[in-house]
Write a protein that binds this ligand. Structure first.
Ligand SMILES: Nc1ncnc2c1ncn2[C@@H]1O[C@H](COP(=O)(O)OP(=O)(O)OP(=O)(O)O)[C@@H](O)[C@H]1O
Ligand SMILES: [Mg+2]
Length: 299
């Protein structure tokens, strides 16, 4: 089942048309990467899913219920981390989460246990300092804990890693992977390597519509080439291979590329074995998400 389904979503600001009929299906239990350039309309889409913005056209269904602009009923299924989360910075993380839980009417004992569990999950368990002194990464992690307080079926994060260094980014990605047990995760980003690391499903937003979406493995398989990468241990063996195989192309000091058009993989492996060439790896070359994105965006 899809936890979120968007059909024909349209939105304009003045005479600027941002969304031109966006369709999106987010399957339950997925980690869904919503990919688009700056200004593509990712935040606008998310705000409409939360009922905070009024679409011109289209339907949004969350956990089987239609979203209505200005009403928050469907938001009980959703946890949301905005692109720039704001806090009462004089509080400690535990105080802040308890404050948030009390507002939403959570019971005291349940709330205390949930806060402890979530602070541990996001690596802020022992943190006694006020939010005021937190790094960006710590604030994002606290924001994820806040968004998960009410056991949402869908966690929406708006560019959770964009402003972070590689360590901070990895921490967030690890948390998103870990929470997959509890909820479906939808996050927007333009950092394609993050998507490759953790996403099961992706959608490319370009020029107001979703131009491609589906399971990441299926999308990649659909664009798989018949090219292989071969890496040798010794640089001198590269020349040998280039001589023997007219279709081989050098792509690095110790790396060549070949396609199966002229020499099958087995012929190559046989040649390597006969010549006793030490090989570090042979692998089928997968298209990177980056190359797919460029292809989709350039169309
Ligand atoms: N309230 C608004 N009034 C007028 N224009 C807006 C408003 N909100 C968004 N826009 C415009 O709509 C377009 C899409 O904006 P949006 O913030 O949804 O993009 P985004 O994909 O989230 O970009 P980013 O990666 O920079 O966060 C942009 O051109 C933006 O200027
Ligand atoms: Mg945005």
């Amino acid at each position: 089942m899809d936890i979120l389904q968007i059909t024909n979503l349209q939105k304009r600001f003045g005479d600027k048309v941002v969304l031109k009929g966006l369709n999106l299906s987010v399957p339950e239990q997925s980690i869904f990467g919503f990919i688009g350039k700056n200004g593509a309309g990712k935040t606008t889409t998310m705000k409409m899913v939360l009922g905070l913005m009024n679409p011109e056209e289209g339907e949004i269904v969350v956990a089987g219920e239609s979203v209505t602009y200005g009403q928050t009923k469907t938001n009980r299924h959703i946890g949301y981390l905005p692109d720039v989360p704001e806090y009462y910075s004089f509080m400690t993380p535990a105080e802040y989460l308890i404050f948030c839980g009390e507002i939403t009417g959570m019971k005291k004992e349940e709330l205390k246990a949930r806060v402890r569990e979530l602070l541990d999950l996001v690596g802020l368990g022992g943190e006694k300092h006020r939010i005021k002194g937190f790094s960006r990464g710590m604030k994002q992690r606290l924001g994820i804990a806040q968004a998960l307080l009410n056991h949402p079926k869908l966690l929406i994060c708006d560019e959770p890693t964009s402003a972070l260094d590689p360590v901070g980014r990895k921490e967030i990605l690890d948390i998103l992977l870990a929470v997959r047990e509890q909820t479906t995760v939808l996050f927007s980003t333009h950092i394609l390597s993050d998507v490759e690391k953790i996403c099961t499903d992706v959608a490319f937003l370009n020029d107001g519509v979703v131009t491609m979406q589906g399971r990441l493995a299926d999308i990649k398989a659909g664009y798989r080439t018949e090219k292989y990468l071969l890496e040798t241990e010794r640089e001198s063996d590269v020349a040998l291979l280039l001589e023997a195989c007219s279709d081989c192309k050098r792509i690095g000091q110790t790396q060549i590329e070949f396609s199966e058009k002229k020499h099958t993989l087995f012929e190559m492996v046989q040649y390597i074995t006969n010549q006793r060439i030490p090989v570090l790896k042979i692998e089928r070359m997968e298209p990177s998400l980056e190359s797919l994105f460029m292809e989709v965006v350039a169309k």
